[in-house]
Design a protein around this ligand. Structure first.
Ligand SMILES: [Zn+2]
Length: 159
């Protein structure tokens, strides 16, 4: 069965008919574009896809948290990844809205929403994110990246 993925080395969406190495659920797959090898272990790819990778111009503490979120997801530690994303959102809420530290996550999201930092339609997705579930966590990582890269600077610019 063919394997398709977004290569974490070159960023291309690629596919191969077979892994170059396999033992049980662990596979090594080689990108047909850049010839770099990716590890596929229990559904997690390492290195993770570029869409989740580096975000430029982040403050150092946010950069460290973001890299930890990406690396956790790449290692299949989706709950840890989501916790780091939540930490980033809380950090942004404290920084941008003046929210007090030590509040519940939903209070930070409400503060960001009130200040116009949550694009229209995304708040239910953030509120509805169930901690530890693979699919919402992946979207949470994507959402956080979209936010950090400034693709959604205002509610009107992002749907
Ligand atoms: Zn590649």
């Amino acid at each position: 069965m063919p394997i398709t993925w977004r290569c974490g080395h070159c960023g291309n969406r690629v596919g191969v008919p077979n892994p170059v190495w396999q033992a049980g659920e662990s596979k090594a797959i080689m990108c047909p574009v850049c010839a770099e090898v990716t590890a596929l272990v229990h559904g997690a790819y390492y290195p993770p896809a570029r869409e989740h990778a580096a975000v430029e111009h982040l403050p150092p503490d946010v950069d460290v948290a973001w890299n930890e979120a990406v690396n956790s997801a790449g290692a299949g530690a989706f709950t840890a990844s989501e916790i780091m994303c939540r930490k980033i959102l809380m950090h942004v809420a404290v920084d941008k809205t003046g929210a007090d530290e030590g509040k519940a996550f939903t209070e930070y999201i409400d503060a960001l929403d009130s200040a116009g930092y949550i694009p229209t339609g995304l708040k239910p997705k953030i509120d509805g994110s169930a901690l530890g579930e693979t699919s919402p966590t992946t979207s949470f990582l994507r959402l956080t990246r979209r936010w950090l890269t400034g693709r959604c600077p205002s509610p009107a610019s992002c749907s």
